[in-house]
Design a protein around this ligand. Structure first.
Ligand SMILES: NC(=O)c1ccc[n+]([C@@H]2O[C@H](COP(=O)([O-])OP(=O)(O)OC[C@H]3O[C@@H](n4cnc5c(N)ncnc54)[C@H](O)[C@@H]3O)[C@@H](O)[C@H]2O)c1
Length: 323
């Protein structure tokens, strides 16, 4: 399989390594507006550096990996799909619901594979939670958080015109993950504030699921880099499922029953964070002709959910229905 990587920043360089490590897969080209970055990422694997997406597409990749800043994702995906190229896109699918719908419709029309970079669905800590739920663990309520230590790296991260807004970049991961675990979100309420950056860098949400479960979610971009940066606590009938970053999962199966902790900290980062398996799932999906990971519909629903949170925040926390 011939792969083109569009964006050679922090995450793009990582995806060059993830894709280049897969047998029978060749990263043929790496594109970045910054020529130095494109060359630095392309050189170690003998790929061709390119200045932009059009130049990348002239290298006839089977699939393009979109890893440029968020505001460019939708147009890049549409351009690649229209040229018959499969797309793996970093989150978010788009920074508006309208653009996300345009990508979804293009995926449906072209029949190309589209996978969203919701890597948490492949991380052992979260597949472990899903296994517990599939095994019968019930969840009535919960609380979760997802923080960043700062919003300075990369610099565009704190500019909502490029990121779409803090929740389009960070919170969207858990707003995809939790419906994957607990089923559809029915209604959101959200309050935000700008605390340390010009963007709304603090958000506190209440999520009501179709199942009736209630989850409180807080996320901020001005915490510290001291972990855990993310954490989920789900509660059932005197039971608990608690995650600690990507490192630990603790399950207490019932009243007076001992907690069982699984520790994933020895797993290498690309597997522990789900990057290596999400890449395998994407490539396998192309081979099999059916999605192996989060689809365009999943990506669209996550954008809809973030948009609903911002609409609620604009209305001082008024409930916004989703499903
Ligand atoms: N899934 C994850 O865990 C994860 C982690 C980090 C970043 N990301 C996502 O990856 C994407 C990239 O983030 P990053 O941290 O690598 O950012 P970055 O700023 O480090 O890299 C972005 C690169 O895109 C290039 N670029 C910008 N505009 C361009 C354009 N119009 N054409 C070509 N190149 C352009 C820049 O020169 C830069 O090298 C973002 O969408 C982000 O949300 C995902």
């Amino acid at each position: 399989m011939r792969i083109g990587i569009y964006g050679a920043g922090q995450m793009g360089a990582a995806h060059v390594r993830h894709f280049a490590a897969v047998p029978d897969t060749t990263v043929v080209a790496v594109a970045d507006a910054d020529e130095r970055r494109a060359k630095a990422a392309a050189a170690p694997i003998g790929a061709t550096p390119c200045p932009d997406l059009n130049a990348l597409l002239t290298m006839h990749p089977d699939a393009v990996v979109i890893v440029v800043p968020n505001v460019h994702h939708a147009q890049a995906a549409v351009t690649a799909l229209e040229r018959g190229v499969h797309v793996f896109c970093e989150k978010p699918m788009a920074t508006t619901v309208g653009d996300a719908r345009r990508v979804l419709q293009t995926v449906e029309r072209t029949g190309r594979m589209y996978q969203m970079g919701f890597n948490r669905r492949f991380a052992p800590v979260y597949t472990g939670v899903r296994e517990l739920l599939a095994g019968g663990a019930r969840v009535f309520s919960g609380t979760m958080k997802m923080n960043d230590g700062d919003m300075r790296t990369p610099a565009w991260f704190s500019d909502p015109k490029i990121s779409g807004g803090f929740m389009y970049d960070t919170g969207i991961h858990l707003l995809d993950l939790v419906p994957w675990l607990l089923g559809p979100i029915q209604e959101v309420r959200c309050l935000t504030r700008s605390s340390c950056y010009p963007d709304q860098d603090d958000a506190v949400m209440l999520l009501r699921f179709k199942s009736g479960a209630l989850v409180a979610f807080s996320t901020c971009g001005h915490a510290t880099w001291t972990g855990p940066l993310e954490r989920i606590e789900f509660y059932g009938d005197h039971t608990a499922i608690v995650t600690d970053g990507f490192e630990r999962l603790t399950h207490t199966p019932g009243r007076d029953q001992p907690a069982v902790t699984r520790d994933f900290s020895a797993i290498p980062v690309p597997d522990r964070l789900g990057y290596a398996p999400e890449v395998h799932a994407f490539l396998q999906g192309i081979t099999d002709g059916r999605p192996g990971g989060p689809t365009a519909e999943d990506a669209f629903r996550a954008v809809e959910c973030v948009d609903a949170c911002y609409r609620s925040a604009a209305a001082e926390g008024a409930p916004v229905r989703l499903a």
